[in-house]
Design a protein around this ligand. Structure first.
Ligand code: ADP
Length: 508
């Protein structure tokens, strides 16, 4: 009798550079926490290993204490000491590695963007595996994320499995193939990897610069499971236009590569309980949504004369990936169509920030347009709740969270058909899509015509069929975007991989 692999509890360790809410830059931080919590709820043992950054939100960590051990780990031909801390984040046990290296790797006041990031994170990847080895841990799955911990895959097979840390399958998730962390090949030696062995076309050598190594490529080659954050993005990165130089590698390893759509944190994003809103509301009580619309328009100085004037929201990092020129166009087109527009966004790119500051100033006292150019979590909640429609004209979008959050708050998405948007937003006017899945407006071409067509269709329906619109809002608010379904897909991947390894071991 064989037991189903899915019924077995697994021991999963995430090694990551981010974890929401204490050390978050982007979606990766949300995935580690969201997936970790969902897997824990399904009965698996989940632990996380993070760098001990000086700039974490320490008040989000429970019971933080230093373990009474000093971990020695290898770097640049020497052994360096590390303190190991343990604490609880959102109910998940987390180990923090604090290197006592003179480079002060995680005492920089921010998470990324340092000249020595390659060193900082290859050091961390090795120290994390060293900790697992010395602590005698026997995980079933080690799950690493993005280029910062991609080193784990080659380090595991080349160095740690031979040392006896050999119980695990390696899963690697790439959250955005734009960031590959390439560096001169010689830099790989610092963490003890063999440059000669790895700087080869079938291993870690960058596909376009042959004197450089590519950590993402290394993780794709050396992991047992490779995932990205939506099925459509997984297809896109296997094409020469979308793969950022890695399409041939991904195609070669296609059998172990899959896209799984992220979930959202449905506790944090819940209009029924959201204390950041003026009024809480549900799909069955949309009066509260109308009150939030009035309150937010007042607060931001927009006209409230017409309760039925469509309000379009947009909350985003203002970077080329998000289609900034199309966002700008949507602002002007919304105005022409007689709607209102609220943009909450900030840009790390100076010329984009300047351009949007110009638009913000232009509309400073305008009664229908407001641009708020900063990061503001609390205002984001108010805008999701207040808006009738939400625009996401991304050029590419690995998964995207804002379309799912918007729907949960009853704001109908208007999205470009790319990546995770294509897997979560389905056009109400597309007869080929079953009625129960239709939930928003989409357009294919990333141009002004595309934006116009979707925006105009949304405005027409909103104005001409208020009852139908309300039903659409209610339907969208009830869609399940929790981590449940994604976590069950990861669970299945893990279980199958573990079962395959055990079957192979028992035959040898
Ligand atoms: P990305 O990770 O590429 O920025 P996602 O759609 O995956 O895009 O996630 C964006 C998240 O960041 C959402 O939760 C969104 O609400 C939030 N966000 C983006 N910009 C801002 C901002 N200026 N203020 C508050 N929250 C923001």
């Amino acid at each position: 009798l064989t037991s189903s692999p899915r019924s077995q509890a697994l021991y999963v360790i995430h090694i990551a550079a981010e974890m929401a809410p204490v050390a978050k830059v982007g979606g990766l931080g949300d995935v580690v926490t969201g997936l970790g919590k969902a897997l824990q709820k399904r009965g698996h043992l989940v632990e996380i290993i993070l760098p001990k950054y000086d700039c974490m939100q320490y008040d989000g960590i429970g019971n933080l204490r230093a373990l009474d051990v000093v971990l020695e780990s290898y770097f640049d031909g020497k052994l360096y000491k590390n303190n190991i801390w343990v604490g609880i984040i959102e109910g998940l046990p987390v180990y923090f590695i604090e290197p006592l290296h003179p480079g002060k790797f995680f005492w920089r006041g921010h998470f990324y963007g340092e000249h020595d990031d390659f060193k900082r994170f290859s050091f961390f990847s090795r120290a994390a595996l060293e900790f697992l080895l010395q602590a005698g841990k026997k995980p079933d799955v080690i799950h690493c994320h993005d280029w910062q911990t991609a080193f784990v895959a080659p380090l595991y097979w080349d160095i740690y499995a031979p040392k006896g840390l050999n119980s695990a399958r390696i899963c690697f998730t790439c959250h955005n193939f734009e960031y590959q962390g390439t560096a001169p090949a010689s830099e790989l030696a610092s963490c003890g990897l063999d440059v000669q062995q790895l700087n080869r076309p079938d291993r870690m050598q960058d596909n376009s610069a042959h004197d450089r190594v590519n950590p993402i490529k290394g993780a794709v080659v050396f992991s047992n499971i490779v995932t990205t954050v939506s099925p459509t993005y997984a297809q896109e990165v296997r094409t020469s236009e979308g793969g950022r130089g890695l399409h041939s590698t991904l195609n070669f390893h296609a059998k172990k590569f899959i896209g799984i759509l992220n979930g959202i944190d449905t506790d944090a994003w819940n209009p029924v309980t959201d204390t950041l809103l003026k009024v809480q509301y549900s799909a069955n009580d949309l009066q509260g949504k109308a009150e939030n619309k009035i309150a937010t328009r007042r607060r931001l100085g927009l006209s409230t004369a017409d309760a039925r004037q469509p309000l379009v929201g947009c909350i985003t990092r203002l970077v080329p990936q998000k289609g900034v020129h199309l966002i700008r166009h949507a602002i002007y087109r919304t105005l022409e169509l007689g709607g209102q527009f609220l943009l909450l966004g900030s840009s790390p790119v100076a010329h984009i920030q300047r351009e949007f500051e110009g638009i913000a100033n232009h509309f400073q006292n305008h009664e229908h347009i407001r641009l708020i150019l900063k990061y503001d979590e609390s205002l984001a909640h108010s805008i999701y709740a207040a808006s009738d429609m939400f625009i996401i004209p991304s050029i590419f979008e690995p998964c995207g969270l804002t379309q799912m959050i918007a729907m949960r708050y009853g704001s109908i998405p208007i999205a470009r058909k790319t990546g995770g948007l294509n897997d979560s937003v389905f056009d109400v006017d597309d007869d080929t899509i079953p009625l129960q899945f239709q939930n928003g407006y989409t357009f294919l071409n990333p141009d002004e015509k595309g934006v116009n067509s979707a925006l105009e269709r949304a405005f027409n329906y909103y104005r001409n069929n208020p009852e139908g619109w309300q039903q659409l809002v209610q339907k969208d608010m009830k869609i399940d975007f929790s981590w449940e379904s994604s976590a069950s897909q990861y669970e299945e991947l893990y279980s199958k991989s573990v079962a395959r390894a055990r079957a192979a071991a028992s035959q040898s």
